[in-house]
Design a protein around this ligand. Sequence first.
Ligand SMILES: [Zn+2]
Length: 390
Amino acid sequence: MDLRVPLSESLTRRRLAFLMALGVRVVRDGTSVGDLALFAYKMGYVPKGGGEKPSQVGAAEAIARLTGEEANTFFSLLDWSVLGRLWALLTCDEQKFFQETYCLTAEEQESRWQVAVDSHCHLDRWSIKVGVSLDGNILTHLKDHSPLVEIEVNVKAMVTNFCDPPTYPDVSLLKTLSSMRCFPTIGLHPKGASRYSDTDINQFAKLLGRPEVVGFGEVGLDHSVPYTEWLGQSILLRRVLGFLEERHVLILHCRGSKGDQDGREVNMRLLSILHGLISPNQRIHLHCFRGDLEMFRAFTDSFPNTYVGYTHKTSDLSPAALLALRTIPTERLLVETDAPYFVSPTIGPFSSPNVVGLAARNVGRIRGESTRDVLTATVSNFEDLYRLKL
Ligand SMILES: [Zn+2]
């Protein structure tokens, strides 16, 4: 049986294939991963130091999802003291085979644990999706529930956008999040424009005044909803822009209708609203940008302090949007996850801020830049745009 897996596969699949191949080599043909764990236990190979690390638990749970077995079957096999002793049972030739077949790619190796920033996510929606509460334990929850991805990065900061009044944070949560470098912003998502009450808008305006709030958004236009709702979104945007302060970054959501994949119509409409209402020096984060080069130039000509964010999902960008991504100056780029959204079969049912490593890799592939360079540039751009030093 050939247990090699292509390097394009996710880290979880490669981890599983590694353990299966290890079982076949050190025990016998037909050994399951569960049998290998039992073998290690009988040999007296037990984890040192006690207590599973969250990364081990995460890896074991991801493998369990693939095999349908219980995650605790794999805990010991993901511990370096156990693995090291199993590794010592291999011949030199076998060790060489394993190193060549399962080692990290150069890309994974070089970007491993590099500092990264997720410049746009929604921790309130993430917590609801995962079933945890959003509080001072959020970093632990993120560690425990984030998907395993090929590009493992050190997410040093994130910008978490609150744009649903029912889940707006209180002052104590704002302070807690900010102290953990989960920088909050306050917005009103355009999709809810017809639902917001005056109380919601007052609450929005009040929270915007808090010093912990670094951004105004997301706000904007979303023309993927029925045409009858478009006017309400424009009216809401004009009304709330009056609360924008110089210190806020304006985070814009701009999504086109079904037939307008690049969002030309909606971007132009958004620009026409912004003209005259906000300062030309306004710092802007165009989040999940899918526009073409003309759109990018239209924004930067009017508002030179505009930055554009891309997620890992570059596969569904149109040819014109891809050309824009290839050409946009490096100093205008941001990477983001929009977690819990933008999922894929390897990511699982929800995405998390650590997926930002994949965004950097995919953006880099299109631009002909290394993952490392994209991460370095986007962290620095984030610091410039949000005026935050990490
Ligand atoms: Zn968002």
